[in-house]
Ligand binder design. Structure first.
Ligand code: 4AD
Ligand code: MG
Length: 441
């Protein structure tokens, strides 16, 4: 039997409130500070929700007096009012157990008093998360994922899971990771594109939240080799209808305290209300601006950018656009040749397509559009883009089984978190980022 078998956590530190005065509370966490003033030791204990103070006296002093900071501890006692400047209440400890020592020197200082470079923090991510500022990003991720699931589920979307090990490229393009799969070549999925399109044939509306893989050789603050994507696909819809859904997803994120049902509040409320900085950016004005690609190019030309209709928007151009349109906005109707084979051309002008991106300033968050649902045209488009239709035969045959018009999008979730919390490097928003230089921890 270990010592903790006799002591059970009764409260998180943020639950030590006035109503508990005179009652017993047991908190568990890590030693943040020890202040030894002889007859008593003031101990601050941090857990995921905050920090509490305990006053230790008598025999227990010997248990903690020389213990290294960040050691795991459980403390029990009666709640009393406190005279210290940081706490109005404290626990008058009558039992303290050290559950495991933290061995110093630690690789980083999780209190944040000594700052460390991002690379060093990621090397020791589990410890970095004891810093409430870091933890808040990941608590927010959890709350927002739950919120997005809720929005999509209540709008008729079925959550699905599609394979990440695939036999042929799902999108085309060169940034595929290839590996050997029982002596055959296989790839890591770049997106669920072909599967989500197939699934609407019967399930009508689907969504998937999963990691995808792109062999991104570039060193940027917004590309990773592994990223989390929220993908949707909806039958019998056009582009504007799925743009409306993207807008609804965003709108609900900004009102997450009221949109999450009461039963889920217990979890989400304490987490979201305790978030220290970085907190959510202010709520944008809805509906968001919907600009056409052609309008953007005209505006860029007026700003002196060297760009013509048909050109992709370079990083430099996007930065200029981002200055002109701060916050969230959509860019609609991109040139067909810039978009993947599955995007549908405009009926009245096939040079343009039913496609859109959602931008946050210069940062692309979503790509989506209406899909080509005519199997013959889809095959032609594959050939136009130098892709081999044979590699897509399992996909193409599905279109002969009564494929309805459909639309969808993919949202880069890590980038969304970057935007929502004003981070300037995607690695801050990902627990264990993967890039050209990083495969550990
Ligand atoms: O723009 P992308 O490549 O579009 C697709 O994958 C389509 N299948 C989506 C659709 O339904 N039409 O990727 C979608 C989003 C991007 O807008 C971006 O936010 C994110 O995924 N993304 C990345 N995020 C981090 N690192 C990378 N390497 C990313 N590549 C794409
Ligand atoms: Mg894109």
């Amino acid at each position: 039997m270990t010592a903790i078998d006799n002591m059970h956590r009764t409260h998180y530190t943020n639950q030590i409130e006035l109503g508990l005065l005179g009652q017993r509370a047991t908190v568990a966490g890590w030693i943040e500070d020890l202040r030894d003033i002889g007859k008593v030791v003031f101990l601050t204990v941090r857990d995921v929700r905050g920090v509490a103070q305990a006053v230790v006296s008598g025999q227990s002093i010997n248990i903690i007096r020389d213990k290294p900071r960040q050691s795991a501890v459980i403390v029990s006692g009666l709640v009393q009012s406190s005279k210290s400047k940081d706490f109005s209440l404290e626990i008058k400890a009558d039992a303290v157990v050290i559950l495991n020592d933290a061995i110093h020197p630690l690789p980083i200082d999780p209190t944040g008093r000594v700052e460390s470079a991002l690379d060093k923090r990621i090397d020791s991510r589990a410890l970095d998360l004891r810093n409430p500022k870091t933890a808040s990003i990941f608590l927010l991720r959890s709350v927002i994922l739950k919120n997005i699931r809720h929005t999509l589920s209540t709008n008729g979307f079925v959550e699905v899971n599609t394979p990440k090990i695939i036999g042929s490229a799902s999108e085309g393009g060169a940034n595929l990771f290839e590996f050997e799969y029982f002596k055959k070549p296989a790839y890591l999925a770049q997106s669920p594109q072909v599967y989500k399109e197939q699934l609407i044939l019967a399930l009508d509306r689907v969504f998937e939240i999963a990691s995808y893989y792109r062999a991104e050789k570039s060193h940027t603050v917004r590309h990773l080799s592994e990223f989390l994507s929220v993908d949707i696909e909806a039958a019998f819809t056009n582009m504007n209808e799925v743009i409306d859904i993207a807008e609804l997803v965003l709108m609900n994120i900004f009102s997450f305290n009221t949109s999450i049902p009461e039963s889920e509040m217990n979890v989400s409320k304490p987490l979201s209300s305790m978030l220290p900085k970085p907190s959510l950016i202010p709520k944008p004005k809805f509906p968001l601006k919907r600009l056409s690609y052609e309008q953007c190019v005209e505006d860029l030309k007026k700003q002196g950018e060297n760009i013509e209709i048909g050109d992709d928007l370079s990083d430099a151009s996007l930065r200029v656009l981002g200055e002109m349109h701060q916050g969230f906005y959509f860019i609609l109707d991109w040139p067909t040749k810039l978009k993947p084979f599955y995007i549908k051309e405009k009926e009245n002008d096939p040079r343009l397509s039913h496609s859109f991106d959602l931008q946050y300033g210069h940062l692309e968050l979503i790509s989506g559009g209406q899909r080509q649902h005519d199997p013959n045209r889809l095959k032609e488009r594959l050939i136009e883009q130098n892709l081999n239709p044979d590699n897509f035969k399992h996909h193409l045959r599905v279109f002969n089984w009564g494929m309805p018009p459909h639309s969808g999008w993919g949202l880069g979730f890590d980038r969304l978190i970057m935007a929502l919390t004003n981070l300037d490097n995607i690695r801050e928003a990902v627990l264990y980022p993967r890039d050209v230089d990083r495969l550990t921890p």
